[in-house]
Ligand binder design. Structure first.
Ligand SMILES: C[S@@+](CC[C@H](N)C(=O)[O-])C[C@H]1O[C@@H](n2cnc3c(N)ncnc32)[C@H](O)[C@@H]1O
Length: 266
């Protein structure tokens, strides 16, 4: 591990807004704050919104600044990435931000029934080879339902046509209500109702969607369309996987090369 990373990890141990519970820890000890984030950490009754796979936490921090009356928690397994957002939140004295370092596979060990209002998935790995690793698969949606309020909102912002198509099919197959959907966020107006009806989004939504993440900027530089949708996730009813073949993203191999080139700056 590089010296820079080691220094970040050591510094992050002192951060009051970071909770580090990788599987090796959470499999041994329960998370005492489950069900108590509001009173024990945020000290208010405000809603909680998660960013899963937050990386450097651009949405967690950006939304927290825009909405001081909402609490935001960024979740990622990579400490060196979380460090960036956590440090910024501390420096800017944002009381409504926390970061959780863990695997999203065990996310339900950290939040109690109805403790979370919304979930953001920002540029999640499409996991084209393994359906159960996709953050919008039935495997994960069922986990989210354990702590999300009934009809809580799931936001997906992605470059990946594969993940976007998969999620669209998931939503259609399970009749999940779509609130907004666009395949070209910065090129066209957002549409509602699965793209059947065009509508202008309000200024507030436009500003939120104008927050760009680290990965998003890489994709925009490459000229890829950014896609966005948000849908309600009802608490009950059996969720089933869409049974279709989806064309793979052909640029992903390029990305792997690019990714290794980027690793030093993270
Ligand atoms: C492609 S990056 C996107 C990061 C950030 N949202 C952005 O847009 O810049 C995906 C992130 O999800 C995290 N991640 C992927 N699968 C995960 C899992 N199962 N548990 C925790 N974090 C995960 C990775 O560590 C990585 O930081």
């Amino acid at each position: 591990m590089s010296k820079g990373k080691l220094q970040k990890f050591a510094e992050m141990e002192t951060f009051s807004n970071v909770f580090q519970y990788p599987y090796s820890v959470i499999s041994q000890v329960p998370f005492e704050m489950k069900g108590h984030w509001r009173e024990q950490y945020f000290h208010n009754d405000n809603p909680i919104i998660l960013e899963l796979g937050c990386g450097k936490g651009e949405y967690t921090v950006g939304l927290a600044k825009a909405y001081p009356n909402i609490n935001f928690i960024g979740v990622d397994i990579k400490g060196a990435r979380i460090y960036t957002g956590a440090k910024q939140a501390l420096e800017e004295k944002l009381p409504n931000v926390a970061f959780l370092r863990t695997s999203i596979e065990v996310i339900d060990r950290f939040f109690f029934e109805n403790e979370v209002q919304e979930i953001w998935l920002t540029f999640s790995d499409p996991q084209m080879k393994n359906v159960h690793k996709r953050l919008t698969s039935t495997f994960f949606l069922n986990r989210y339902r354990k702590f999300l309020v009934n009809n809580g909102i799931v936001h997906l912002k992605t470059d990946s046509n594969f993940l976007f198509t998969y999620t669209t099919l998931m939503v259609e197959k399970n009749n999940l209500p779509v609130l907004y959907r666009t395949e070209d966020l910065y090129g066209n107006e957002l549409s509602v109702d699965g793209g059947k009806q065009e509508t202008m989004v309000d200024e507030e939504t436009r500003e939120i969607l104008g927050i760009h993440t680290y990965y998003e900027n890489q994709w925009i530089e490459r000229g890829l369309n950014i896609k966005y949708m948000k849908f309600n996730l009802p608490a009950t009813g059996t969720l089933v996987e869409p049974d279709v073949e989806i064309e793979l993203d052909d640029y992903r191999s390029y990305r792997r090369t690019k990714r290794s080139g980027l690793s030093t700056s993270k």
